[in-house]
Design a protein around this ligand. Structure first.
Ligand code: AMP
Ligand code: ZN
Length: 464
């Protein structure tokens, strides 16, 4: 089958661009990864699914890919936008009474386990920020020599006034960048929007490195410039992240990488829409989030979350609720049951009638990863009058992109008894409110349904 053009929406130009791989036909992709001082939530997983869908779709369409995702194991500060506040890695280390290395190793493993649950295929490489400190220092030295950065008392700032395109990606003007400033930024900065490249040690006692400016630690943004330039070179095809990474993180990355190289580095910027819960962005800091393991403990198939995410355009915000997840879970199980039933029928020649369906699927995914269109095609195929084995063959083939384990045998065992999910949710809330009398009552009600609850440090788990 011929390879149709792939068009992807680029945040930088605010338009769809045809993907033309820069090097030897291989699409090189850099993805902003997790900060590893806490568990990832399903909002984070939605953002990490974007490069997974991109790589799966491109591979399906005949473009080989090479994806790198960084692991941020240097704590950045609680106020990312203006680089202030406490260091989150050190806060977790203090609270959990562990070293920063133990914290990052533990949460990196948890991240790897969580992405596996939603069938996110691994990147080729997961570079860790702490392994790239010399490369970061080298970039900062170059920026100082070029006049794009200045040092004050062991801290180095990027001088945003020296990079006229600063604000282009996020459509911010330098004046506008000020309106978000709360409190007093460092009065020694040339411009309040100047961001940190290297921070003097100050009160820090851990995660410090020697540098030409004294002991300190790198700013968050310089990490991604150092790792992307080191691993993918001075020009690569696609950079991904969440919508909240556009400013300041990616704006700063462009200012750093383009100043050093003297040219554009990233071909296309792709940003995933945020996952929302009860009208607000799902966020660990606000306490409104779900981990994928929590949803699994409530009886949902983790891939039901993937199914839910596939029903929305990746760039659009998506409202999450357990009701919507329950709908996705039912639909997914039904789809698997059909595939199993259809597969057992004997197959006629599948090639002729499937060609048109196949080309519609390909043009959907090649059209800025239009997964809602692909899922609508799945629904249309199910209702169609095609021979059953042809349907099964097509669905199993498309599953290379969808990643829903459509040929997994389904059983009744995975399903919770009616009402149990609601009771588990109510019990979680009661425990959070320290209403133990109520949580004990709910435990008994769950036991009556045949669901045994076990309390562990990271929440309640169930046994059936
Ligand atoms: P963090 O570990 O906080 O840096 O987040 C990792 C990634 O998850 C970042 O690329 C964020 O853009 C993304 N992210 C954070 N919150 C959400 C959300 N509610 N929905 C989608 N993506 C998110
Ligand atoms: Zn990044």
């Amino acid at each position: 089958m011929s390879r149709p053009p792939v068009r992807l929406y680029d945040t930088f130009t605010r338009s769809r661009q045809e993907l033309r791989p820069i090097h030897d036909g291989v699409v090189r992709i850099y993805s902003c990864g997790p900060t590893v001082y806490r568990y990832v939530h399903v909002g984070n997983l939605r953002t990490f699914m974007l490069p997974d869908l991109l790589c799966r779709s491109l591979t399906y369409l005949g473009f080989p890919t090479h994806q790198v995702m960084n692991i941020t194991d240097v704590g950045h500060l609680t106020d990312d936008t203006f680089d202030r506040g406490e260091d989150k890695m050190l806060v977790s280390a203090r609270l959990e009474n562990k070293s920063t290395e133990e914290i990052s190793a533990y949460y990196t493993n948890a991240f790897m386990a969580d992405i596996r649950k939603v069938n996110i295929q691994p990147a080729v490489e997961y570079p860790r920020a702490t392994q790239y400190i010399p490369q970061m220092i080298e970039l900062i030295e170059k920026l100082i020599v070029q006049g794009h950065a200045y040092e004050i008392g062991g801290t180095v700032y990027y001088d945003i006034a020296t990079f006229p395109a600063y604000g282009r990606l996020s459509r911010n003007t330098t004046d506008n960048l000020l309106t978000g400033v709360r409190g007093d930024p460092d009065p020694r900065k040339k411009h309040p929007g100047d961001f940190t490249l290297w921070k003097a040690a100050g009160e820090h006692r851990q995660q410090l490195w020697p540098s030409p400016w004294g002991e300190g630690f790198p700013g968050w943004h310089i990490e991604c410039s150092a790792m992307s330039l080191s691993l993918l070179g001075e020009r690569f095809d696609v950079h991904t992240g969440g919508a909240d990474n556009v400013f300041p993180h990616h704006e700063a990355e462009i200012a750093q990488s383009e100043a050093v190289t003297g040219h554009r580095v990233v071909g296309l910027w792709m940003h995933g829409g945020l996952l929302m819960l009860s009208g607000a962005r799902m966020a660990k800091s606000a306490g409104n989030f779900f981990r994928i393991t929590e949803l699994e403990d409530q009886g949902f198939d983790p891939l039901a979350f993937r199914y839910l995410a596939l029903q929305a355009k990746y760039r659009a915000p998506l409202n999450f609720s357990t009701e919507r997840l329950a709908g996705a879970d039912r639909a997914l199980r039904q789809l698997r049951e059909r595939v199993a039933a259809w597969s057992s029928q004997s197959a006629p020649d599948v090639s002729a009638p499937s060609e048109e369906w196949e080309s519609r699927f390909r043009s959907g995914i090649g059209n800025d990863l239009d997964m809602p269109a692909a899922m609508a095609l799945v629904a249309e195929l199910m209702r169609s009058s095609l021979p059953a084995p042809v349907k099964a063959t097509l669905l199993k083939r498309w599953d290379a992109v969808l990643g829903l384990d459509l040929d997994r045998p389904t059983t009744e065992e995975g399903r919770l008894p009616d009402g149990a999910a609601e009771l588990l949710e109510a019990r979680k809330k009661a425990r959070a409110a320290k209403d133990f009398a109520r949580s004990d009552r709910l435990r008994e009600e769950l036991a009556a349904l045949g669901v045994k609850v076990i309390d562990a440090a990271d929440g309640q788990h169930i046994k059936r």
